[in-house]
Design a protein around this ligand. Structure first.
Ligand SMILES: Cc1cc2nc3c(=O)[nH]c(=O)nc-3n(C[C@H](O)[C@H](O)[C@H](O)COP(=O)(O)O)c2cc1C
Length: 368
């Protein structure tokens, strides 16, 4: 039966989502070498417009933030124009789409960056796992990042604000700040990567200052109902680890983000991908303090999503790999149909293979 809480509509700020299933942000590296989106990306996202909300792959707000090969950017006019057919393809099918703004910070390599850009981070500490793929020379050692000056910090905040405005002019319904998975925002939040002794480091307030300034100025620029954030409390990705005082940090952030009126917090739990389980108390404490829309993610299928929605653990559920491999995931879940398996080998390779060629269900007369 398709009669399920997962397929009910949901209000998100000013948007009515057609269901509670979100497509999780997934880097697919199908932009060109200059970080400009390509035509096949419109096909890919359009195929997945059955989601209540699509969150795009991590997108660089500036040249310094484009640390992986062929990830898209939103910092120049060519990129803005190239995103327009993508937002249109989703809107034409009644879908909604937010852009994830991802500044890679120290998870980067100069060969992947546009000319003149540099690897920057809160502190000059390379991640312990120091290897990264480059198109030009294969796997390379990640260099130690340049420590950001106060001026660099101000510049990066402005880059996020401008990127958010650019996203709106490209037709996006909003932006998601990538505060998770070890990228720049989390590099400020986590004391493992933030050893600063100025006002952007140290205790909770200092480590939270960068993300809160980015959030506050982005809200001022495009409106609170168009700004969400992804966080990975207790996460262990890209060489960031759970830390002493993380509850205090994330509870403080949840309260401040509530005051700013962000439209959602998107919580990552990657224990289904082999990282340690995120403590329930941590997720619950954030949910209670924030009080607004929570998107939960990590390892969900239809029945687990329904259970956690019914239990009030979140208002929306994001699906990553299931959406990657099943353009018609919503229809398949409604019909309890089998799912295609994702092909890891083509996650980040250029071209249509493993991208726009996952099969859809044959038109079926089944009533589910
Ligand atoms: C190929 C791939 C790329 C990903 N890229 C991103 C990304 O750009 N930004 C992000 O926040 N998470 C990214 N993730 C994590 C997913 O959003 C999601 O949290 C993860 O896949 C777990 O959800 P799932 O079990 O439904 O796949 C990526 C995951 C995959 C498989």
């Amino acid at each position: 039966m398709s009669n399920s809480i997962l397929f009910e509509t949901n209000q998100l700020g000013g948007l009515t989502l057609k269901n509670k299933a979100v497509m999780a942000p997934m880097t697919r590296s199908r932009a060109d070498k200059n970080h400009v989106p390509t035509a096949i990306m419109a096909t890919y996202y359009g195929q997945r417009a059955g989601a209540g909300l699509i969150i795009t792959e991590g997108t660089a707000p500036s040249p310094n933030g484009a640390g992986y090969p062929r990830i898209p950017g939103i910092y120049n006019q060519e990129q803005i124009e190239a995103w327009k057919p993508i937002t249109k393809a989703v809107h034409d099918k009644g879908g909604k789409i937010f852009m994830q703004l991802m500044h890679t910070g120290r998870i980067s390599h100069p060969l992947n960056l546009p000319e003149g850009a540099e690897v920057i981070a809160p502190s000059p500490i390379a991640p312990a796992n120091t290897e990264m793929y480059t198109d030009q020379e294969g796997i390379q050692k990640i260099p130690v990042a340049k420590e950001m000056t106060k001026e660099d910090i101000e510049e990066v905040i402005e880059e996020h604000v401008q990127a958010a405005k650019n996203a709106i002019s490209a037709g996006f319904d909003g932006v998601e700040l990538h505060g998770a998975n070890g990228y720049l925002i989390e590099q400020f939040i986590n004391p493992g990567s933030n050893r600063r002794t100025d006002e952007y480091g140290g205790a909770v307030e200092g480590r939270s200052k960068f993300v809160l300034e980015v959030a506050s100025k982005t809200v001022d620029a495009i409106g609170a109902d168009k700004v969400g954030i992804r966080l990975s409390p207790g996460g262990a990705f890209n060489d960031l680890n759970p830390f002493d005082g993380q509850e205090e940090t994330y509870f403080y952030l949840a309260e401040k983000l509530k005051k700013l009126g962000l439209v959602y917090i998107h919580l990552v739990d990657h224990s289904s991908m082999g990282t340690p389980e995120v403590p329930k108390s941590l997720k619950e404490g954030i949910r209670n303090r924030f009080g607004g829309t929570i998107i939960i993610s990590g390892g969900y299928d239809r029945s687990a999503a329904e259970k956690d929605l019914e239990d009030g653990l979140g208002h929306l559920v994001a699906f990553g790999r299931p959406f990657l491999a099943n353009p018609d995931l919503i229809e398949r879940m409604k019909q309890h149909a089998d799912l295609n398996e994702p092909d890891f080998d083509t996650f980040y390779t250029p071209g249509e293979k493993g991208y726009t060629d996952y099969p859809e269900l044959e038109m079926s007369s089944s009533v589910g």
